[in-house]
Ligand binder design. Structure first.
Ligand code: NAD
Length: 283
């Protein structure tokens, strides 16, 4: 893989803006693609604000900030991804949406590695929508992307050794620590995390304690930097629900059943931080 990639990040939401930020900061040319011009504008402002914070902390100089921003282009048409060498898909956690996108990306791009930032969906199944299953892989960044070190690298059934090696190396060049796992619902991260978040929501629904108390127990008692309910708000409650639905359906066990209170909040549009309200109020 070339030292400098041409990276297309598809989906400019919570994760897409952070992924674009990190690739651009490490010298890669990035085009950020979203169906919504408004999301693209929001993403640009978020990236600029996060870069400014890095400058204030002394982690970056002003020239590097400007160069990073200059390396990020935006587009509302997927055609902008045609010349990419690496595509990072970060659209919502919905199999049909991602499958259609992989089919389009396969037709549009030549040699690109097609990587998904999915939290739970089968990489093997996504790869089936392409004629290049050996170059389809999971590259699962954590939120907030510029801060979190881990990249879970998920190998689908047909992902080649060459693609895996390239992506592990690429993650290291982004100053991240990649961990390789096999394709399985929720991989390791969300297989372990989501049942804990779900259980915290059951505690809230059953009146075991209020949201603040539940999070305080887990922060002070288990040394978690963020309580499970605040973490769910950060991730997005719609995303949490979609992940739990994949775990429940694909592993077939009752213990992954999404809590009805989570469904109710999502139905109300209380999606967490990005909506200004979730288990806590952010307005
Ligand atoms: P989000 O809802 O914040 O953003 C998704 C973006 O995709 C939106 O801006 C939307 O306009 C855009 N989009 C929808 N359809 C599109 C299309 N066809 N083409 C281009 N853009 C399209 O979602 P998110 O939280 O950033 O999650 C994205 C992916 O990352 C999901 O698979 C999610 O499971 C995964 N993920 C999320 C987190 C997290 O903490 N939120 C962490 C790790 C992984």
């Amino acid at each position: 893989m070339a030292e400098r990639e041409r990276v297309a990040v598809v989906g400019a939401g919570t994760m897409g803006n952070g992924i674009a930020h990190v690739f651009a900061q490490h010298g890669h040319e990035v085009v950020l693609v979203d169906v919504s011009q408004e999301r693209l504008e929001d993403a640009r402002s978020t990236i600029a604000a996060n870069l400014d914070r890095q400058v204030r902390k002394g982690a970056l100089d002003a020239r590097a900030r400007d160069a990073t921003l200059a390396r990020i282009a935006t587009a509302t048409e997927l055609e902008a991804a045609a010349t990419a060498t690496v595509v990072l898909e970060a659209v919502p956690e919905d199999y049909r949406l991602k499958a259609d996108l992989f089919e389009d990306l396969d037709a549009l791009t030549m040699e690109a590695v097609l990587a998904s930032n999915t939290s739970s969906i089968s990489i093997t199944a996504l790869a089936r929508n392409t004629a290049r299953p050996e170059r389809v892989i999971g590259m699962h960044f954590m939120n907030p992307v510029p801060v979190m070190k881990l990249v879970e690298v998920i190998r689908g059934l047909q992902t080649s050794e060459e693609t895996t090696t390239k992506v592990l190396d690429l993650a290291r060049r982004l100053d991240k620590t990649p961990v390789q796992v096999n394709d399985s619902p929720g991989f390791v991260s969300n297989r372990v995390l989501m049942p804990m978040i779900n259980e915290a929501i059951f505690c809230l629904m059953e009146g075991v304690a209020d949201a603040q108390a539940i999070d305080t127990v887990m922060k002070l008692g288990m040394n978690h930097p963020l309580g499970p309910l605040a973490l769910a708000d950060l991730i997005g409650l719609d995303t949490c629900l979609a992940i739990l639905e994949v775990l429940h359906r694909d592993l077939g066990e009752d213990r992954y059943r999404p809590c009805p209170l989570l469904r109710k909040y999502v139905a109300a549009g209380w999606l967490g931080r990005k909506a200004g309200r979730g288990f806590f109020n952010y307005s």
